[in-house]
Design a protein around this ligand. Structure first.
Ligand SMILES: [Zn+2]
Length: 306
């Protein structure tokens, strides 16, 4: 029989830029490593799973046994076949049976899901979402990622897909989104919108080089800067109110790089969530506790779902 204190689980967050591996034991995180995803793209396709498995095995502490591996991948993922279908940002891990190959190499249970699902599982088991019965997580990055858990189980569409809820129309904006609809939530409320609008107003200050204290000062000094954050909160609320109304989560977690600015857009967000008492919705919103590691840590739980 295996001793519970010597078994470990691995999780991998496969992102367009970075691949993060976490080894979790009974006592918590035992080891972690982040590699540039581009490193794998230089390899022949047949060597990618083997190299990934070798990195995982190298992180297992001596005397411990790896019993499962979970992967969270950006973009569309077929959880049943274990194949990623992301030609846009994760092509080098797409369109081949990555999960089956890893199973063969490691001889353990391997499972995959979307990275938004992995992140919400991380917060539910180890972070800000503990004890939530219905947990919504909204990630504000290049686009908007949404994941919902009901008593820890991911919500899926009838064909087992992860709902791409960043693509719900919230405005009359005539520009067409890459998903084919017009006025999508993610066109107005992703970090991309915030960044573009702040950089248009403050062209000499690149968004990624600033922090919240800089924008707090700028918002106090210039009304136009405060107005951008307020409008951003408003746009974020337009999509969020739809999700809160339909799914009634008891907690919403905001994550992603734009979530750092929550104190600056909170008033705009609250304004667009205001409703008459009879239509009140649960507006408990908190920032992510785990930040960038939520995906890889949550991925360690994915094999237990299947
Ligand atoms: Zn769209």
């Amino acid at each position: 029989m295996t001793n519970a204190s010597t078994v470990v689980k691995a999780g991998i967050d496969l992102g367009g830029t970075g691949t993060r591996i976490i080894i979790r034991g009974e006592s918590g995180i035992l080891n972690t490593m982040t590699l540039p995803t581009a490193e794998f793209c230089q390899l022949e396709q047949k060597d990618r799973a083997q190299t990934l498995a070798s990195h995982v095995l190298a992180l297992i502490p001596k005397g411990m046994e790896l019993i499962s591996l979970g992967l969270g991948a950006s973009g569309p993922v077929d959880t049943a076949s274990g194949i990623i279908n992301n030609k846009d940002t994760l092509e080098c891990f797409s369109f081949f049976p990555l999960v089956d190959e890893l199973k063969k190499i490691l001889g353990i249970n391997v499972a995959i899901d979307n990275d938004a699902v992995a992140a919400v599982l991380g917060e539910y088991h180890f972070g800000a979402g503990k004890n939530s019965q219905r947990l919504l997580m909204v990630t504000l990055g290049t686009g908007i990622g949404v994941a919902l858990l009901d008593k820890g189980i991911p919500f899926r569409t009838s064909d087992h897909q992860h709902p791409e809820a960043g693509h719900i129309p919230v405005s009359g904006n005539p520009a067409t989104c890459y998903c084919g609809l017009r006025g999508c939530w993610e066109m107005l409320a992703s970090r991309t919108w915030l960044q573009q609008n702040l950089e248009a107003l403050l062209p000499r200050t690149p968004f990624e080089k600033q922090d919240i204290s800089f924008y707090q000062t700028m918002s106090a000094e210039r009304e136009e800067v405060a107005a951008i954050f307020h409008r951003y909160g408003n746009y974020l609320g337009r999509g969020l109110v739809t999700l809160l109304t339909l799914y009634g989560p008891d907690l919403t977690i905001l994550s992603g790089s734009a979530a750092h600015y929550y104190p600056l857009f909170k008033s705009g967000l609250e304004e667009s969530l205001m409703r008459a008492d009879a239509y009140a919705i649960n507006k408990r919103i908190v920032p992510s506790e785990l930040g960038d590691i939520a995906g890889a840590l949550g991925a360690t739980v994915i094999p237990e779902l299947n």
